[in-house]
Structures are given as C-alpha cells and as structure tokens.
Design a binder for this molecule. Structure first.
Ligand code: UD1
Ligand code: UDP
Length: 356
C-alpha cells in the first residue's frame, strides 16, 4: 500500500522522523515537503540530524498570507496526489500544510489519516485551531495522543476511526535523548551556568508590539540568563517594531539562531525553567520534568497544566518574572503521553485499516 505523507513546518519534521521509520517497514511512503519552512535551521538541519528520508517532492511554497500559502499548497499537493494515486494521505498537527493536505485528499476521496487529532484550544482566532478542527472532521483515522483529545472528538460527534496512540513527540524525545547525550553538547551555548530557555513564535505574542515588549521586559528582569533560540517570525517582528537592537543588547538574554533538535532537547533537559508558546516545547518541558511557563491564555496540552508542571501566563496582565520566581517545582511526574510506542501503534492501526 502507498501512503503520501505531507509535512512542511519544523514540528512536523520532528514528528515524521519516528513515524516514517516505522511506516516504511510495512508500506511504501511518498514524502511531500510543502516547503512552508525553508531556512536550513528550520528545515534541512532536521532531515540531516534525524535521518528523515529525503522528500520525494519539495513543493517550495514558502511564506505568504494564509490564503496564498494554503492555496498554493492545495493546488500543488493535488497534482502530486493525482500523479501518485496513493491509498491514503497522512498529515500531522495543525499547520497550513496540514489543512492543505487534508483538503486535497478529501476532495479526491483518498482516505485521510491525522496524527495529533483531537487537540483543542477552543480559540478560533488561532489559525491552528481552524486547521485542526477542519482536518479532524474530514479524517478517516484520527490518531489522538491523549484521553482529552479522544473526549474532545467525541464531543464533536466524531466516533468512527478514533484511536488513542500516545504522542509521537514522546517517541522522538525518548529515541533522541540518549543520542543527544552521547553526540552533542550545549556547553558552548550555556557556558555551564544556570539558565532559562525561551522560545516563542505565535501570532498572539509576536504580532502586537505591546505584548512583545512586555515579554522581553520581564525576561530582562529574570535573575538568570535566558537562552533564546529565535524563531524567524519573532526576529522579523522584533525588527519591524524597532525592538531588535535593545533585545540583542540585554545583558542576560542570549539570542541564538534556532538550534537542532538534539541541541534543543539538551537545552530543555537542564533548564531551570522553560518559557514558551510552542506546543511541542510545552510537552518536552513536561517529558524532561522542567517547569514550563506558557505565554498563552489556553493550551491544548491541558494535562501539563493540571499536573502543575505548566503555568499559563498572560504577559500583559501578569508580571512573568514574578510568576517564575514564585514557582516551585512540582514533586511528582505522571505519564499522559504514552510509552514511546505511538509510531508502532499507528503503523498497526493503518495496517488494520487497509485490511478492512
Ligand atoms: C507555523 C505554523 C504554526 C507552528 C509553527 C512552528 C501555520 C499557520 N503556522 O508558524 O502552527 O507552530 O509554524 O514553527 O501553519 N520564516 C522564515 N524562514 C522560514 C520559515 C518562516 O524566515 O524557514 C518567516 C517568514 O517571514 C514567514 C514567517 O516566518 O512569513 C512565518 O512563517 P509561517 O510558516 O507562515 O508561520 P509560523 O509562524 O512559522
Ligand atoms: N525546536 C528545535 N529547535 C529550536 C526550537 C524548537 O529543534 O530552536 C523543536 C522543539 O524541540 C520541538 C519543536 O521544534 O520539538 C517545536 O516546534 P515549534 O515550536 O516550531 O512549533 P509548535 O510545536 O509550536 O507547533
């Protein structure tokens, strides 16, 4: 059986690595990279480091407004699907590459499989929420990471094709942590001193000058150094708002280029705390038993908050540095995201789907 897998953004490269490795034992996989992320540090580095198979198609779509980017992807993915005639299409997460792949498959009546199905923030202003709700409603297999995700889908009346498989990011984390410990060091970044790790890129934080300023003003007041691998979107906005130079000159903020996955998980593991708005990084903080401060009003990863490891902070209404300094590390850790076998389970479920 032939599966066309569609990826395009950084978190999807990390998710596809363990799944692709597993799927290729049983199926023919054709890998399509939409080109949504294209800088070497946002894309190529992950293919090399995580040994992801070379994409069969790179659609080179790049950046643009939501409509233009999604529309270009839709039309180019459709061409690939017409040519490849796959038995199924596999999409990940909630980016514009996800919805474009989902729509293209659905209109051609090709079975659609969605990894990371069922996540909700219930905030329709987030482009990701729209992408994931729509994708879930046209998917034939909904491969959900958590109990919460399954319940969210049931509430929306989706009852067929639901499977709780655990989180493929946990597979990736476990597989690569040992490798990272052996192969990589981040001493050159941290100088061996305690640090907070910060990363953010969401529209709700980057697109409003006031909010971006509030975040950086709090980061400057933290007692420890802050390591900040800067997402290109955040860099662009800092420059646009005239904030870039002052951030670069802040004595305790160390701005660096986006790092590789192995470097990132090492930075996460030894951080005093993690400050982020990234979906993936919230969970990795949890996997690594590091307190997380999420610069959002909602999260899809509610287990991390309910268990005390993650705290939502509105940087306009609260003083982030006070919240951080006042927080103690919880003393127990729980398992909500499976056992690192999500990719294996997904492959079995897909096999059963094809047998039907
Ligand atoms: C996208 C996803 C978001 C995901 C994030 C992961 C959507 C709607 N958003 O957000 O869900 O959390 O990826 O990182 O799909 N840029 C570069 N080089 C690159 C890529 C982007 O310079 O390689 C800059 C461009 O100026 C671009 C901007 O970043 O306009 C935003 O990129 P885009 O892919 O549209 O969205 P992200 O903010 O990265
Ligand atoms: N990541 C990375 N290098 C960085 C920042 C993030 O490898 O400099 C990894 C991170 O460990 C996680 C994933 O990228 O696995 C998260 O991607 P991102 O924050 O871009 O997207 P989101 O998860 O918010 O959709």
């Amino acid at each position: 059986k032939k599966i066309v897998t569609i990826v395009g953004a950084r978190p999807q490269f990390i998710k596809v690595a363990p799944v692709s490795r597993e799927l290729r034992k049983s199926f023919q996989e054709v890998l399509v990279d939409t080109g949504q992320h294209y800088d070497y540090k946002m894309a190529g580095i992950f293919f090399e480091e995580l040994k992801i198979p070379k994409p069969d198609y790179n659609l080179g779509v790049g950046s643009g407004t939501h409509g233009k980017q999604t529309g270009e992807m839709l039309s180019r993915i459709e061409e690939v699907l017409l040519k490849e005639k796959p038995d199924a299409v596999l999409v990940y997460g909630d980016t514009n590459s996800t919805i474009a792949g989902a729509l293209a498959a659905s209109k051609l009546h090709i079975p659609l499989f969605h990894i990371e199905a069922g996540l909700r923030s219930y905030n329709k202003k987030m482009p990701e929420e729209v992408n994931r709700v729509l994708t879930d409603h046209i998917s034939n297999l909904l491969l959900a990471p958590t109990d919460t995700a399954i319940k969210n889908l049931e509430k929306e009346g989706i009852v067929e094709g639901l499977h709780q498989v655990g989180d493929v990011m946990y597979d990736a984390f476990l597989y690569n942590l040992e490798l990272a410990n052996r192969q990589t060091s981040v001493k050159n970044i941290t100088n061996g001193k305690p640090y907070y790790l910060a990363t953010f890129h969401r529209a709700e934080n980057t697109d409003m000058k006031e909010r971006l300023e509030a975040i950086f003003s709090s980061l400057k007041k933290l007692r420890e150094q802050v390591i900040l691998p800067l997402h290109p979107r955040t860099e662009k906005k800092l420059k646009e708002f005239g904030l870039y130079d002052s951030v670069m000159q802040s004595p305790n903020i160390k701005v660096i280029e986006p790092v590789s996955y192995l470097e990132m998980i090492l930075l996460e593991k030894d951080a005093t705390g993690i400050i982020t708005d990234s979906g993936g990084v919230q969970k990795e903080a949890f996997f690594a038993n590091v307190p997380c401060f999420t610069l959002r009003d909602q999260t899809e990863w509610v287990e991390t908050v309910n268990s005390g490891w993650n705290r939502l902070v509105n940087p306009i209404l609260e003083e982030l540095h006070h919240v951080i300094h006042a927080t103690n590390k919880p003393n127990k850790s729980e398992k909500f995201y499976g056992n690192g076998q999500a990719a294996f389970k997904i492959s079995k479920i897909i096999d059963n789907f094809f047998q039907r």
